[in-house]
Design a binder for this molecule. Structure first.
Ligand SMILES: [Zn+2]
Length: 217
């Protein structure tokens, strides 16, 4: 595969020549969000730069991301593989069902994941937390959330996460958690020193969605 390499503070972006302009456009945004998340959670410096592939098509995404061909679904456009120190997204040019602006957010989302994964163990954490942090910092929460439809955190696990609205609501849940308890408590949970269970009171999900809707009033 004919990847060119473009270097930023935290990443080595690998992209086809036809996508170099995309990397130039998003590099500043990605680094700004990485700085925000690093400041909020006092993330230790990364030991080395992370390889970030902008895959020119689905085929190269499957080959490079480690996503199994059989389990690939068309909504999967980004993947973080910390074991191999590699992030992959499909080029915004090769994705037809999302706008370039949405794909730029996906690129930030995966960058946030890899930075957070460098000091937490994502496999031991609830999805609403790991996904919620990435959704929150990538500004992927939709404009409108319905508190009455907010899914219960206890149900947001495994394969039902996406179908129950996990991606839609989890950023607002993390945002509300930060408002209530602060980044230090959240960091303890993310690093496995504490559990989130004791902090999630009944009605938290509705409250979080309502607080998100009130944010600009
Ligand atoms: Zn994610």
């Amino acid at each position: 595969m004919n990847f060119e390499v473009m270097e930023t503070e935290h990443f080595l972006f690998h992209c086809y020549k036809s996508d170099c302009d995309i990397v130039s456009d998003i590099a500043t945004m990605v680094e700004e969000k990485v700085l925000s998340v690093s400041l909020v959670f006092s993330v230790p410096p990364l030991g080395k730069k992370i390889d970030y592939y902008i895959c020119p098509d689905v085929e190269s995404f499957i080959q490079l991301s480690g996503v199994m061909r059989d389990s690939y679904e068309s909504w999967m456009v980004g993947n973080t593989d910390w074991d191999n120190g590699r992030v992959c997204v499909i080029s915004p040019r090769a994705v037809t069902d999302r706008s370039p602006a949405d794909m730029y957010k996906v690129i930030v989302h995966e960058a946030v994941h890899v930075v957070m994964d460098s000091f937490c163990n994502p496999k031991d954490l609830p999805l609403w937390l790991t996904e919620g942090v990435a959704v929150l910092f990538a500004d992927q929460t939709p404009e409108t959330l319905d508190p009455e439809q907010a899914p219960l955190i206890s149900r947001l696990s495994g394969s039902s996460f996406a179908s129950l609205g996990g991606y839609k609501y989890s950023g607002a849940y993390v945002r509300h958690f930060l408002e209530l308890y602060g980044a230090d408590v959240l960091k303890k949970i993310l690093t496995g020193e504490a559990s989130a269970d004791g902090y999630i009171a009944e009605g938290f999900e509705k409250e979080a969605a309502a607080a998100f809707m009130n944010r600009c009033k």
